[in-house]
Every structure is written in structure tokens, then in C-alpha cells.
Design a protein around this ligand. Structure first.
Ligand code: SAH
Length: 210
């Protein structure tokens, strides 16, 4: 039986997130609600079940784990920060227990500890929440370039101000773009954050090769 969006969100809320997020790497975790939204959208459009999926800048793994729970054939978690990868491994083990599927989930998870630029697998779909470029303008650009090179369908979370930039990427690589508004709550853990909880207006961008 397929998992509901709310059931998925509840399971994903049990995962560990960054304790000391790195501002340079822009480690803003996707909330369980937003992760469930993106994964469910991709699933409903036929881009998860039985597919090879990559989660670029996987962090602690919430998006790729969502894809595994929705029966992706395999998921490549590409992340260069070893601390995040340690938590990612723990999260995969934890969710396997919670979902009661034995080793099934672990077998389908491929962890790649590399810069995304060194990842060259061809996949069916990419699902990602790349750095937004809040500190470094267009830090999401190499992520989009990589995703649009290796997949025919890409789901990606961006700052809502990036619309023009996303359109230019889509047209350069020959993809149709649709976007959906969503908000991302982030906890103000980094030293330059004054408020405890920030809400960033985001876009879920869906690119499909034409
Ligand atoms: N996808 C996760 C994390 C988002 S934060 C989530 O949705 O919760 C962005 C992640 O990208 C961070 O974990 C950061 O370490 C990673 N990252 C940044 N630049 C990278 C690069 N060049 N190669 C691989 N990972 C990178």
C-alpha cells in the first residue's frame, strides 16, 4: 500500500537534523512537511516509484529517504560534509526500523561522499534542496547544472526570488518548468540570525526535459 502524504511527513519528522549547521555550506534542512510535499508530488507524477533517484546535497537525507519510503528503486545521496553523512547513515537505519521493512530500505540507499561536481551517474529523477545562495549568490547554480545534465526530471527547492534564474536554466537546458509556492521554516541557529524562527518563501521547481 502507498504511504499517504501525512503518514510520510510523520515518519520524516523522526529524523535527526543538523545540530551545528554550517553557514558556508548553507545547511538549511527541509522541514518534514515540505519534504513530504515535494516527495509526494514527484511520486504522484510517476517520478519516484521504481526509479533511480539522486538527492544532490543530501545533508541528513530527508528528501532521499522520502523517495526510498515511496519505493524508489535506488537513491544516490550525494553529500560532501562527513558530519552530515554520519547523521544520514543513522537516519537511514532509524527509518528502516520505524518503517518495519528490515534491510530493504538500506539496500536501496547509495551514499556518495563527494562534491556534486564529481558525481556522474545517470538517473531518472533528481530531488534536491540545494544551498539557496543566501550568503553566496547563486550557490544553487552548479546544483541545477548537474541535475539538468544527469536527469530528465528534476524537483528542486529554491528561494522564491529565483524565478527568472530558474527560467533561464530551464531554457538553456531544454526543460519545461513549472513552479509551486511553499514556505520553509528555518531555525535561527546561525550567529547572523536574529529571530528564532524565519520563514523563507520558497518555490518547488519541477523541470521536465522537452
Ligand atoms: N537536502 C538536505 C540539506 C539541504 S542543505 C535537506 O533538504 O535537508 C544543502 C546541503 O548541500 C548541505 O548538507 C551541504 O553540506 C551540501 N553541499 C553544499 N555544497 C555541496 C557540494 N558542492 N557538493 C555536495 N554537497 C554540498
Amino acid at each position: 500500500m502507498t504511504m499517504s502524504k501525512s503518514g510520510l511527513g510523520i515518519l520524516l519528522s523522526k529524523l535527526r537534523v543538523f545540530e551545528n549547521p554550517s553557514a558556508v555550506l548553507e545547511q538549511y534542512p527541509t522541514t518534514p512537511e515540505l519534504a513530504a510535499e515535494v516527495c509526494h508530488l514527484a511520486f504522484m507524477r510517476g517520478d519516484i516509484e521504481g526509479k533511480r533517484v539522486a538527492d544532490l546535497g543530501a545533508g541528513t537525507g530527508i528528501l532521499g529517504i522520502g523517495a526510498l519510503l515511496l519505493n524508489a528503486k535506488e537513491v544516490f545521496f550525494v553529500e560532501k560534509d562527513e558530519g552530515a553523512v554520519e547523521m544520514l547513515r543513522e537516519n537511514i537505519a532509524k527509518i528502516s526500523n520505524l518503517a518495519g521493512r528490515g534491510k530493504d530500505i538500506e539496500k536501496r540507499a547509495k551514499i556518495i561522499i563527494h562534491d556534486i561536481n564529481d558525481f556522474h551517474e545517470r538517473v531518472d529523477s533528481v530531488i534536491m534542496n540545494p544551498p539557496f545562495g543566501m550568503k553566496k549568490r547563486h550557490a544553487d547554480s552548479p546544483f541545477l547544472d548537474k541535475a539538468l545534465e544527469i536527469a530528465d526530471v528534476v524537483y528542486s527547492i529554491h528561494n522564491s526570488k529565483s524565478m527568472g534564474f530558474l527560467r533561464r536554466k530551464a531554457s538553456r537546458y531544454g526543460f519545461a518548468l513549472s513552479t509551486f509556492g511553499a514556505s520553509l521554516k528555518i531555525r535561527g541557529k546561525m550567529s547572523f540570525h536574529r529571530k528564532r524562527i524565519h520563514t523563507i518563501n520558497t518555490l518547488i521547481a519541477c523541470f521536465v526535459r522537452e
